[in-house]
Write a protein that binds this ligand. Structure first.
Ligand SMILES: Nc1nc2c(ncn2[C@@H]2O[C@H](COP(=O)(O)OP(=O)(O)OP(=O)(O)O)[C@@H](O)[C@H]2O)c(=O)[nH]1
Ligand SMILES: [Mg+2]
Length: 360
């Protein structure tokens, strides 16, 4: 499992355009050849593309400066300089690109394989062949290549999942994910087994009505997570884009807290992180039904009834309760994810020039 890095600051620069060439035809028996200086090549762009094949921004930690190739200068005999190679950088789906100086969000890469040009390569300069006129037959100048663009940007990954799993450490989140998806998260009988978020794909229904629902498993939260205790709450940003949360509460005697306390503590941490996140629909799930302490089971049932919530108990070991939970999940989630806030999310946000980072 590659190291999980969800933020990176980098400097990107496109390639300059190649200069246009000043040249004149020189051939035997052609005493006064006209201009034949070719055009310079275009500079390479710096392009980003979101892909589900990547899950971390780790690459960028080691490559903080990224430059595309410059265009080649034009040559005599009307030869065009070659274009600079664009730098196409793959980032995990859900990566946001910010202007690091202003903090403005520039692009949000939420659709697979959509490319955005962050720094546009300079135009190739025109060679002197273009500048001959009836009165100026020997133009001794050509256009210089266009300037490059350079920006200091910040990349921030916010995973794309429709459902997020939250709860105390050891509540059984990863076990559930491994049971209902093909993901293989690490599972162990101690807290903080999961050190960073990871995704699993739940496949529901049968073709042609098959649905894929991406679920994000998070590290456990403890009291004071919003002050940095345990692994802190910084990972909660990865469930900000979800449509709903599954909040898991361990009903076994091993839980150091009563289920209701365990629920309340995690709930407080969610509220401390963001009211928006806390206002998402939540399904409350009692876990480890096979090993549930009867008193705790009763206490939690009474709590759920008071809260007018469905009684949902699962055992990821025996499979009990999983069909009921999955069908509630399917009923709660619309069959197609809501479209993102802005319809042209891959387009630069208003106020930005067509391709560059800043409006000029
Ligand atoms: N008896 C029983 N044990 C379970 C069940 N689900 C999970 N466990 C056990 O509970 C322990 C913790 O499970 P994990 O899935 O790693 O818990 P987690 O919530 O992902 O924990 P963190 O990653 O530390 O936050 C493991 O020893 C699991 O085998 C269950 O349904 N029944
Ligand atoms: Mg885990």
């Amino acid at each position: 499992m590659p190291q999980f890095v969800d933020e990176a600051r980098i400097f990107v620069e496109s390639g300059k355009g190649g200069h246009g060439c000043v040249s004149f035809r020189r051939e035997k028996y052609v005493p006064r050849g006209g201009p034949d200086g070719g055009d310079g090549g275009r500079g390479g762009h710096v392009v980003f593309v979101g892909t589900p094949r990547k899950s971390t921004l780790l690459d960028f930690k080691h490559r903080p400066i990224l430059k595309a190739q410059a265009g080649e200068a034009g040559r005599g005999k009307k030869q065009h300089g070659s274009n600079g190679r664009s730098l196409v950088l793959e980032v995990p789906l859900g990566t946001q690109i910010f202007d690091d100086e202003t903090g403005n969000l520039l692009f949000d890469l939420t659709t697979p394989e959509v490319q955005v040009v962050v720094a546009k390569g300079g135009k190739g300069g025109r060679g002197n062949v273009h500048f001959a006129t009836s009165t100026r037959q020997t133009p001794d100048f050509a256009e210089p290549g266009g300037e490059s663009q350079s920006y200091q940007i910040r990349l921030e990954l916010k995973l794309m999942a429709r459902v997020g799993l939250v709860g105390f450490p050891n509540a059984g989140k990863s076990t559930f994910l491994s049971r209902v998806t093909k993901a293989h998260p690490r599972i162990a009988a101690y807290p903080f087994t999961t050190l960073h978020p990871h995704l699993g794909v739940l496949v529901m229904g049968t073709p042609p009505d098959e649905r894929e629902i991406v679920i994000a498993d998070l590290p456990g939260l403890i009291e004071g997570a919003h002050e940095g205790k345990g692994l802190g709450i910084q990972f909660l940003k990865h469930v900000e884009r979800t449509e709903m949360l599954l909040h898991f509460v361990d009903l076994s005697a091993e839980n150091t807290h009563s289920p209701v306390d365990a629920y309340r503590i995690v709930r407080n941490e969610l509220v401390s992180f963001s009211p928006d996140l806390a206002s998402k629909p939540v399904i409350l799930v009692g876990t480890k039904k096979d090993a549930a302490d009867p008193e705790r089971l009763d206490q939690f049932s009474a709590f759920l009834e008071r809260e007018k919530r469905p009684l949902l108990f699962i055992s990821s070991h025996t499979g009990e309760g999983l069909p009921a939970l999955l069908s509630l999940l399917a009923d709660t989630l619309p069959s197609t994810p809501p479209s993102p806030d802005s319809p042209d999310e891959e387009e630069p946000l208003p106020g930005l020039s067509e391709i560059g980072i800043r409006s000029t």
